[in-house]
Write a protein that binds this ligand. Structure first.
Ligand code: ADE
Length: 251
């Protein structure tokens, strides 16, 4: 049983502390399945003012994160775990899009994953050239910094590590496990404010229930995220159901 190890380099370690100490991430860490350590980039400055950024060469608005403190911080991370392998990810809106497949790959990563968070500003290109293996974005919008993105990446990968979720299977039953959106769920009471739970779920007929759930997953995906159907894991039966659903939509 392996541990998923993250070393997060940030100017604001406090942003990460809350979410890492609640709920499933906290439990995963307590169980030894998830390890997350934060490193304050400012601790690796060497000047009196502890300066982490400077104005850009070529003259433009904004600031650029200086390379030296980041190089020193990465050296310190590596020196703290001699002999281990490392895989370095820069969080940035310029990165490749993070998705469930990426989360699955990361959840199996045996090297220590260094997550490098920028804040407000750009980062000296030499950091990317020399230190960064992959640049990752969590979506086409701009955050104030990479910390929230790092938390998203940690959360999505950690829940896929066997044992982090109570019921190991539940990670894969959710949306995206097989590339489809989730089906609807119901709990008691069977009738609530005139709204009924679908009969089939009360029937006790396991086959019929599984069929209904698959059909509803396909329906939700067809209606809300048809793009996912192009890469989803579909059986011949799924394709038949999709044809029927498309007919229904046309009526
Ligand atoms: N930093 C700022 N915006 C970001 C985004 N969308 N993804 C990852 N890191 C970011």
């Amino acid at each position: 049983m392996g541990t998923l190890n993250f070393e997060v380099l940030t100017l604001f370690p406090g942003i990460l502390a809350g979410p890492l100490n609640e709920s499933i991430l906290k439990r995963g860490r307590e169980k030894g399945l998830l390890f997350v350590r934060t490193w304050d980039i400012r601790d690796y400055t060497e000047d009196k003012h502890r300066k982490t950024d400077d104005s850009p060469y070529g003259g433009e608005a904004g600031m650029v994160l200086k390379p030296e403190p980041i190089f020193r911080a990465v050296d310190a991370v590596k020196a703290a775990s001699p002999g281990d392998g490392f895989f370095t990810v820069l969080l940035s809106p310029q990165g490749t899009l993070f998705d469930q497949r990426y989360a699955e790959r990361l959840s199996r990563e045996r090297r220590r994953v260094i997550l490098l968070c920028g804040h407000y500003e750009a980062i000296d290109e030499r950091v990317k050239d020399a230190l960064v293996d992959e640049e990752v974005s969590i979506g086409d919008y701009v955050l104030t910094g990479g910390e929230l993105a790092a938390l998203v990446v940690i959360d999505a990968a950690a829940r896929l590590v066997p044992g982090v979720l109570g019921d190991e299977e539940s990670a894969y039953r959710d949306s995206f496990g097989d590339g489809l959106l989730d089906h609807p769920h119901y709990t008691r009471p069977a009738a609530f404010q005139g709204m009924q739970v679908p009969e089939v779920l009360l029937s006790g007929n396991h086959d019929a229930i599984m069929k209904w759930r698959r059909r509803e997953s396909l329906r939700a995906t067809l209606l809300k995220r048809p793009d996912l159907l192009e890469t989803a894991d579909l059986s011949d039966e799924d394709r038949k159901v999709l044809q029927e659903l498309k007919q229904d939509v046309k009526l």
